[in-house]
Design a protein around this ligand. Structure first.
Ligand code: KPL
Length: 338
């Protein structure tokens, strides 16, 4: 990553703006940021911290049709999962070869395809930071950082050792430091594939339910939602075990099959409930999409789980029901794809 180069944030929704404004307001040497969307955002932007402090900053803004003239140091693709590949097509011919690309999408699907296609090092980032855009007339200029989480960054190239892989690994460390200095705790990992599945599991357990019932993440701790979350976690844990995705690190040791399942389930439960706790005040991205009448990322989040359930002939009634509900609302209504 060219440390002097501008961080282009392509897809400046809540997460994109959180990253951009955190970098732009970080203490120490300034980080140049450009927010690039389908329409130009105001240059004056405000970040509301979890403590309620409003930090205002002026950043460059541009559109995909009218990109900044200077090449970026790094491009953060923070579009929705379903918009990532189209945004990359619009962008790719304007980027010098070798430009680092960071993929921040939820779910799993577009990342390996984009890693294959992009001419430069590709990193995947997965975050449990909670952020939303404030509704109302000020929404163009205010993002609320609703809860702290953790960001993990790594390259899918690890196993393949392509010409970009070594550079990508070095960049992961640099970017993790830059984000941490900016107030978004981050670390480089060498198993991002597994971590993307972990985040997918978290999103599957939280997002469809909060979207369906119109509640903030923290309300999942209460009745009647808690047993619904537990039921989804149980389905997800079984599917991921069949898929060979190791759960978050927990107790090790040799144990009988039943004990192993119970331990793994506990690890998945621990992960999900920690995120619920850490982002209790947040409106999850899928709820924000539903409230705004946009499509949701259900294909990227529930799609891979349902496909895996199908492959392993596992029942997944809760996930199926939630996917059906999300699909039905899209067919019935909205279709803005940004
Ligand atoms: O990733 C999220 C999302 O909203 O998509 C969580 C971590 C669940 C925070 O709300």
């Amino acid at each position: 990553m060219n440390r002097q180069g501008t961080h282009w944030i392509v897809g400046p929704g809540a997460l994109g703006r959180l990253i951009g404004l955190r970098l732009a307001t970080r203490p120490g040497p300034p980080v140049a940021v450009a927010l690039i969307g389908r329409r130009r955002l105001p240059m004056e932007q405000t970040l509301v911290t979890p403590q309620g402090e409003a930090l205002s900053v002026s950043v460059a803004t541009a559109t995909l049709e009218s990109l900044p003239t200077d090449p970026p140091g790094v491009v953060h693709l923070t579009t929705k999962a379903y918009g990532a590949e189209a945004a990359h097509v619009a962008l790719a011919s304007h980027l010098p070869a070798g430009t680092p690309l960071v993929l921040w999408q939820n779910g799993f699907g577009c990342q390996p395809r984009l890693a294959q296609r992009h001419d430069g090092p590709v990193l995947c980032a997965t975050t449990t930071e909670g952020a939303y855009l404030e509704a109302g007339p000020a929404s163009d200029g205010r993002v609320v950082h609703a809860g702290h989480g953790e960001t993990l960054i790594g390259t899918l190239d690890d196993a393949r050792d392509t010409r970009h892989a070594a550079l990508a690994r070095a960049l992961a460390g640099e970017l993790a430091t830059a984000l941490t200095d900016a107030g978004l705790a981050a670390r480089a990992v060498d198993d991002i594939h597994r971590r993307l599945w972990h985040k997918l599991a978290v999103n599957a357990a939280i997002n469809p339910l909060v979207a369906r019932f119109g509640i903030r993440n923290g309300q999942l701790r209460d009745r009647p939602f808690r047993p619904m979350v537990e039921a989804v976690i149980a389905e997800v844990a079984t599917i991921l075990a069949a898929e060979g995705i190791a759960p978050p690190d927990g107790a090790g040791g040799v144990m009988a099959r039943g004990e192993e399942h119970a331990r793994d389930l506990e690890a998945w439960r621990g992960l999900v409930w920690r995120v619920v706790e850490g982002t209790a005040g947040n409106r999850a991205s899928m709820l924000q999409d539903v409230l705004a009448g946009r499509p949701t990322e259900h294909e990227a989040i529930l799609g891979p789980l349902l496909a895996a359930a199908d492959t392993h002939r596992l029942p997944a009634p809760r996930l199926t029901e939630l996917a059906d509900w999300l699909r039905a609302r899209e067919v019935a209504g909205s279709s803005d794809t940004c």
